[in-house]
Design a protein around this ligand. Sequence first.
Ligand SMILES: [Zn+2]
Length: 468
Amino acid sequence: MTTLNLTKTEQPSTPWQTLLWREWRNAEDKGYAGHIFNLLASEPIGSQNRFIIAALGAIFGAMVGILLDALLFSATSILVWPGLVAGGGGVYILNRHLSMRRWLAMLTPNNLFSNTKWPFKVVIVLSLLPLAFLLPSVWARGLFLGLTSGLLLGLTLGLLSWPFLGILSLFFFQGQMLETADLFLGGAAVGVGLGLGALIGARPKHQQIYSFRQVCFWWLPPPLLAEVDAALQQAIETKTAHSKLWLPVLPRLKVENLPSRTPQATVKQLNALNWVTRLIARRTLLHLSSEAFTLLLKEAQDASSPLQQTAIALLHSIERETQSWSRPICMRCLLRCRDFQIPLSLEENIIYQGCRDCRQSQDIANGELVAILDIDDRAKIKFKENKEQIEVNWLQQRTLFDFDRVEIIKANDEDVERFAVQVGNDTDTFRRSRHDHLPCKISPECNLSPNTLRILDRTFGSVEHYQE
Ligand SMILES: [Zn+2]
């Protein structure tokens, strides 16, 4: 987005895995998302997911305990607690090395029946029902139906279909035997079937998992560009097997290495066959920022365009990136930025920060803008080491800009008075309201006449001499 300063955007405290999951979750480009996924797929599921799995195992274990109690001991509660402990512990131990790829594959629907049409699936399910009625008791029927329906749910829809579990257990065990214990039995039967089905049916291909990313990770917001780059760097340092693929790509994403193409030529490359070309095209358009708006809006508003979703995602990215700036300055005009609204649709506006005059959002720096008066310094614009302070030598610039404070290092009375008169006669309404609050510091070596000091006093908020 900018060639100058993006220090506010990096959050080293967030693990790279989290940042890349956020990037994957929000990536519109399937090819790019696939390569991000490969960096993450073998990562362990993490303590939070392990706890969820263990809790589910404990619930199912307790349900099986109740079921066995009913079958073996006529509904006394001997096996509930052992079932709970065995279920939770067993599932935890079995899945302690579970990878994210396998876990997501179990959660999400899979293509076990993808070659067959929906009516065929319905026939499979319905054909199991008469079998149940061959069984002698309501108990056996309920168990059979619970297990088979759970199995089918697990095979086709994955573990995320668990809300059906409760409904099915209610359905199969209602009627003559509707008691709390029966509901537990129904739940156990459907749950065991569901778990088995998900385990057998899991297809850990990215294609499968990617289409359900918004269900699995609905809460994850997209990260900022600088965060993605830092996370990718960390990822390939850890996952050296992937460095061959990513090492040549990362330098090409740096702003200074992006190709200098027109927005028109770049938009065309969003459709390229190579995922790196598409990625670089997206980065270039994000860097062009407001200069690519007209083209991106055209694509975003055209329902027949194959680039519609990509263009909408890019416009949202520009909004997010520019809104993350803390104190942006337009480096073309040396003016502050403000919010601009661009209508994306009747209901939605894109709000981006751009120069309050030229509206661009490409050459931006973030920080404090200081007006310097230094006769010895020939530099017009200088960045301080921390990059959060930009100094502009008015003696070189000679025009006004949106400075936040003034430092007179070495200047004669005539120059300082000329500067003060220019400020006093400023017609810019944004700046006029600020001038008499701004601090002005004068170096001790700079001997200004009492008259000049009086003029400075009248012009600025506070005037003081400072020690180096
Ligand atoms: Zn500007």
